[in-house]
Design a protein around this ligand. Structure first.
Ligand SMILES: [Zn+2]
Length: 160
């Protein structure tokens, strides 16, 4: 049986207006924000799923982006905003590491026919491979998304 295990990736952007509220100086201003979205689909999904997911993600990114905006008055970001923005990416590292640990211990838990030394190698090699891969890829993704984030925010002149 032939199983088509391909995946489709799509990326798109969306723009919209969003309100920014500075928690440091209380300044409020609206901005036109460009959100960047990515979507993926597997062979199980109907055609166009990746594009739809990317479009939905891009609209959500408008809010994600305005929350980490640098205040146009005091030039600071809201406290904790950067960490909250980065958190989902850091969770990915944790999930990969946990997945690697589980995979590494499976031969022991399931009592698979392997020598004890091979089982021990799995215990550290698989977490290292999965966690290490995530540790290499996630910072690149983080940097790519963070880079130029301030340029995606166009402040609209405040009403006085
Ligand atoms: Zn401010």
């Amino acid at each position: 049986m032939h199983v088509p295990l391909h995946a489709t990736l799509a990326a798109t952007s969306a723009s919209g207006e969003a309100w920014f509220q500075c928690r440091r100086c209380g300044h409020r201003q609206s901005a036109r924000v460009t959100g960047m979205g990515e979507g993926a689909q597997s062979f199980l999904n109907t055609a166009g799923t990746a594009q739809r997911r990317a479009a939905t993600d891009a609209v959500k990114d408008i809010q994600r982006t305005i929350r980490v905006a640098r205040c146009p008055r005091c030039a600071r970001r809201n406290p904790g905003a950067t960490l909250r923005w980065a958190l989902p990416h850091l969770v990915v590292i944790a999930v990969f590491l946990a997945g690697g640990i589980i995979a590494g211990y499976l031969p022991t838990w399931l009592d698979i026919n392997m020598s004890d030394s091979d089982r021990d190698i799995c215990k550290w090699l698989l977490p290292l491979l999965c966690g290490g891969t995530a540790l290499m890829i996630v910072p690149i993704v983080l940097w790519t998304r963070w880079h130029g984030i301030d340029r995606r925010i166009d402040w609209i002149a405040p009403l006085s």
